[in-house]
Design a protein around this ligand. Structure first.
Ligand code: PEP
Length: 263
């Protein structure tokens, strides 16, 4: 049975002075059996969050929001995978805000995946279509192309062993207060698994957790987690709000219990 995962993407929020306290508060409010919890703060807050969680709740994993596609070199301001070892155990790759603002291509995202896996970081690969792509009926081919571009050069067994997670995040739903329907997210999750099968995943991607992301709240999380194809959420804005995260993870705990993960 696939893990149930709730990952918090704090984006460019918090400072080293306050991130540890927020992480401890979130950990205390989300202590729910069977749910894998991950907090992804800004790079400069990783150490504070790691240290705070080490004593408060070591079950909460720490993730980075990005990693560079090279191991080292003349890349001012960038962070390479080996630098994250000891600070984080997960990493978000290919978030749409980075595709938009840093011009990340699928090929580059594929290289980032390789660097993450080499450094034993569990990757959350983000994919998702723009609004015009959905409205013109091209959402599935767009996401298939993102997957092909990022995953084609990878050995599926190695990525599966690294615990690859895919986050389906329709771009028009991120930070907008507008969310996909549960049915649309589930249909895309099925399409993602078909694409993985087409890329040579022997189990058709059946073991790959697929999260939904895009304006998830404590109110709408149930719509996604009632879909068997959806295994959790990547949460942005609401992940900074303890009441919201408490509600989201509580609902995820119901899915974990139904899957027999909560024992
Ligand atoms: C995200 O940052 O991945 C995200 C989905 O943001 P939000 O929940 O704010 O839409």
């Amino acid at each position: 049975m696939r893990d149930v995962i709730v990952a918090a993407n704090w984006k460019m929020h918090t400072t080293p002075a306050d991130a540890g306290d927020l992480a401890v508060t979130l950990a205390a409010r989300t202590h729910v059996a069977g749910v894998t919890r991950v907090i992804c703060p800004p790079f400069v807050c990783l150490a504070a969050v790691r240290d705070a969680l080490a004593s408060a709740d070591p079950d909460v994993a720490v993730g980075a929001q990005n990693v560079h596609h090279e191991l080292a070199g003349a890349y001012t301001g960038e962070i390479a995978a080996p630098m994250l070892v000891g600070l984080a155990t997960w990493v978000i790759i290919g978030h749409s805000e980075r595709r938009r603002d840093a011009g990340e291509t699928d090929a580059r995202i594929g290289r980032k995946l390789a660097r993450a896996v080499d450094a034993d970081l569990r990757p959350i690969l983000c994919v998702g279509e723009q609004l015009d792509e959905r409205e013109s009926g091209r959402a599935v081919p767009v996401v298939e192309e993102q997957l092909r571009g990022a995953l084609a050069d990878h050995d599926p067994e190695r990525l599966a062993a690294a615990g690859l997670v895919i986050a389906y995040e329709p771009v028009w739903a991120i930070g907008t207060g507008r969310n996909a329907t549960g049915a649309d997210a589930a249909a895309m999750a099925e399409a993602i698994r078909s694409a993985l099968a087409g890329l040579g995943w022997s189990d058709g991607g059946a073991g790959v957790p697929i999260l939904y992301g895009g304006s998830v709240t404590s109110v709408n999380i149930g719509e996604f987690l009632s879909e068997a194809a959806i295994d959790g959420a990547l949460v942005g804005g609401a992940s900074l709000k303890p009441d919201e995260m408490a509600g989201i993870v509580a609902r995820a705990g119901m899915t974990a219990a139904a899957r027999g993960l909560a024992a």
